[in-house]
Write a protein that binds this ligand. Sequence first.
Ligand code: IMP
Ligand code: MG
Length: 189
Amino acid sequence: MPQPPLPYTELLAETLITEEQLQARIAELGAEISRDYAGKDLLLICILRGGVMFLTDLVRHITIPHMMDFMAVSSYGAGARKSSGQVRITMDLSLDIAGRNVVLVEDIVDSGNTIASVLSLLKARNPASLKVCSLLDKPEMRQSEVPIDYTGFSIPNKFVFGYGLDLDEYYRNLPFIGVVDTEKYATPH
Ligand code: IMP
Ligand code: MG
């Protein structure tokens, strides 16, 4: 049985991005996507579970008709907290993406391995176009070069949590992005 973690206030070193900053930037991204896909068929794909808070706020700022779908992936060969080269689909999409304009919605691009692998799996299904929208980008940690078409915030190489990102599956619900206090919580990298 998982043990409930310490209260988040004890694990938080600092708030990196406030709720107000997140919401303001997400409104801009929604407006940008609405402009870019005006008159086109748009399908947003959320990668569970980290992308879910971002997706649900983002779509409230997308003013054009669109669909959404969900998929879950896990890394091969490494513990759940480390990214390996390849991913396996643990929950597949319900919709067929062939011929559709797809935007992948992710919480964070770190090594880039997850997104690179998901992109190659989805490309094989022949979408009309395939773009990436990531709330956070940690460019210092990149191993796989991936194009990020829409970025919320570029952040330093610190382990963050909240707003979809978890600490051992907890605290995804926080409305802001915080930095973990590494003296109180052992981070995966
Ligand atoms: P990748 O290294 O780009 O493949 O990222 C893999 C996954 O690691 C992301 O989708 C996140 O779920 C997770 N991740 C990476 N950095 C962080 C972080 O700072 N906090 C929480 N999860 C993270
Ligand atoms: Mg993730």
